[in-house]
Design a protein. Structure first.
Length: 251
């Protein structure tokens, strides 16, 4: 069911309307869609000018394209050189005419000891950098990414030791309809979404409302546990011990 609007009825209960025009009544609401979608659902109930309205405003977050990559090596060269594998690049020099900087934002050691496969470096090309590099042929992008790593560590192993290279530009994924990356917009009032609203009748969850692992799966799970604890506290506070409650409410 796709919810299109949530309003309050005269008796104090909520009215939920779906895309087919059906109406449902509810005493309490838990909303776990991303804030940008909340803005249209609560258009009438939560005025734009209020602090809560600003927290769910459509400019609260901006999605950016992200290109993820994994590079497999025959051995963990970076460890031999006493590097962690983590690199962070803010732009970098111009290496091809079409793009302003190098095709790398962050890399890290993604070696998985469980599957016993190649040591790996993984990473992301983010935001404007990804936007520029997304149209460049993959072999050029790959070459420049490996060259960037080689320049950063001052050795040739980032290019010479490669066993495999995989890359995924998530922005082009139709089913996802979104990006893995978001940047901060008007987030001053976002903290309000972590607290029960309207006399403990309206609750929010979703990864954007998490205080850890925001915009990751773990953030979504944590925020869901927090919202569940808030609802239990509002409905049946005697169900949880104080310690448990504090733990979940901390998300
Ligand atoms: C392409 C891509 C790759 C990613 N890769 C990773 C990764 O490798 N690791 C990682 O940790 N995270 C990754 N993420 C992020 C991760 O998927 C999200 O952080 C996580 O799914 C957020 O969970 P959530 O519960 O907050 O929201 P969602 O999972 O988005 O759930 C929101 C739900 O609300 C529903 N909904 C929306 N609007 C309405 C409406 N009007 N009415 C009713 N229901 C509605 C949606 O259908 C959806 O089921 C990726 C995200 C994307 C898009």
């Amino acid at each position: 069911m796709k919810v299109t609007s949530i309003n309050q009825r005269k008796d104090g209960n909520f009215n939920i309307q779906d895309a087919c025009g059906k109406n449902y009544a509810a005493k309490r609401i838990l909303c776990a869609v991303e804030p940008n979608l909340m803005a249209s659902i609560f258009k009438k109930l939560i005025p734009k000018k209020t602090d809560l309205g600003k927290a769910i405003a459509s400019d609260a977050f901006q999605a950016h394209p992200g290109i993820k990559f994994i590079i497999g090596y025959d051995k963990a060269y970076w460890k031999e050189d006493l590097f962690t594998g983590m690199c962070v690049v803010l732009g970098g020099k111009k290496v091809i005419t079409e793009c302003q900087g190098v095709p790398l934002t962050v890399s890290f050691d993604a070696t998985c000891n469980v599957d016993n496969t190649f040591p790996k470096l993984s990473g992301i090309i983010c935001g404007k950098v990804a936007q520029e590099w997304i149209d460049i042929p993959t072999h050029v992008l790959q070459e420049q990414l490996l060259q960037t790593l080689a320049d950063l560590v001052g050795k040739s192993w980032p290019k010479d030791g490669v066993q495999y290279f995989k890359m995924k530009a998530w922005a082009g994924e139709k089913a996802a309809m979104a990006s893995t990356l978001f940047s901060i917009g008007n987030m001053r009032h976002l903290h309000l979404l972590r607290k029960p609203q309207m006399d403990e009748k309206l609750f929010f969850a979703g990864t954007a409302t998490a205080n850890k692992f925001v915009f990751n799966m773990a953030g979504g799970a944590g925020a869901g546990q927090r919202a569940a604890a808030q609802i239990i506290k509002a409905i049946k506070p005697e169900t949880f011990s104080v310690n448990n409650m504090e733990h979940f409410l901390s998300y």
